[in-house]
Design a protein around this ligand. Structure first.
Ligand code: NAD
Length: 256
């Protein structure tokens, strides 16, 4: 039980990578605060993962709204007294379009959720961790934060911004004993990749998946538990001297 008694806050917790990470922390004894836009999906997640009464808190929130971020941080603190680990994970992919045709509503959504949501999370959770003089934060970037690829310019820009936020805040937070790292997965088998594959070629999504898979040296997409395992490592005491790191979980893709 590596995380017994630890308080872990996870955004985008009701699906995909966030949900798998909730499961992994809960299995290691953590108390988990699940934050997501979708109330019903939160309830379903708690049921599916058989989270124990008193071991979890569900908070419906839109991470792109600062007041709602303040609220989930305050509720976590009120219920559990502290925040030891923060997985700043919620994100959206936006549409697949060349920049010359990219709709401004999709740009706004991607920037609001993927940059402002991560920024507000850092701002308000770091206030709590500064007071505690301890804690570990893992920001969700992507291979899209390390490399370019066509027709997802807003997403690429947003995930590069998360790299910058991670480096900047790691230095600030080191002064009070808190670590901040980023994880950068290659394609992972979740709803988000199904949406992007269909966006790239609506009639040939399966072929897009095969083409993307062929670019990954280890020859497969990641699974949500590949990412969860890395997040738990970065959150753990074994990673005590690791901060400001941009950590690919990508089957070797960033090495190509
Ligand atoms: N799937 C991939 O291939 C992949 C690869 C690299 C990085 N990522 C990143 O991992 C994170 C999780 O992605 P996923 O694949 O699990 O996606 P997903 O769509 O399966 O899950 C995302 C979750 O975030 C929630 N969410 C979306 N907008 C929100 C908001 N404004 N406020 C609160 N919650 C919100 C959704 O309701 C959903 O439960 C994202 O930041 C994504 O960009 C995904």
């Amino acid at each position: 039980m590596k995380f017994a008694e630890k308080i872990v806050v996870i955004t985008g917790a009701a699906a995909g990578i966030g949900k798998e990470t909730v499961k992994a922390f809960a299995n290691e004894g953590a108390n988990v605060v699940l934050v997501d836009l979708h109330e019903e999906a939160l309830q379903a997640t708690a049921k599916e993962l058989q989270l124990k009464e008193g071991q979890y808190l569900l908070v419906q929130a839109d991470v792109s709204q600062e007041a709602q971020v303040q609220r989930y941080v305050a509720l976590a603190k009120e219920q559990f007294g502290r925040i030891d680990v923060f997985f700043n994970n919620a994100g959206v992919e936006g549409v697949v379009q060349p920049i010359t045709n990219y709709p401004s509503e999709s740009l706004d959504l991607v920037i609001d959720v993927n940059i402002k949501g991560v920024f507000y999370g850092l701002k308000h959770v770091l206030r709590v961790m500064q007071e505690q003089k301890s804690g570990s934060i893992i920001n969700m970037s992507s291979i899209a934060g390390l490399k370019g690829s066509p027709n997802v310019s807003a997403y690429i820009a947003s995930k590069h911004a998360v790299v910058g936020l991670t480096k900047a805040t790691a230095i600030e937070a080191a002064a009070f004993g808190v670590r901040v790292n980023a994880v950068n997965p290659s394609p992972v088998n979740t709803r988000m990749m199904r949406s992007l594959e269909a966006g790239f070629a609506p009639e040939h999504a399966e072929q897009v998946k095969e083409q993307l898979t062929a670019t990954i040296p280890l020859g497969r997409y990641g699974e949500s538990d590949d990412v969860a395992n890395a997040v738990l490592y970065l959150a753990s005491e074994q990673a005590n001297f690791i901060t400001g790191v941009i950590f690919p979980i990508d089957g070797g893709l960033s090495a190509t």
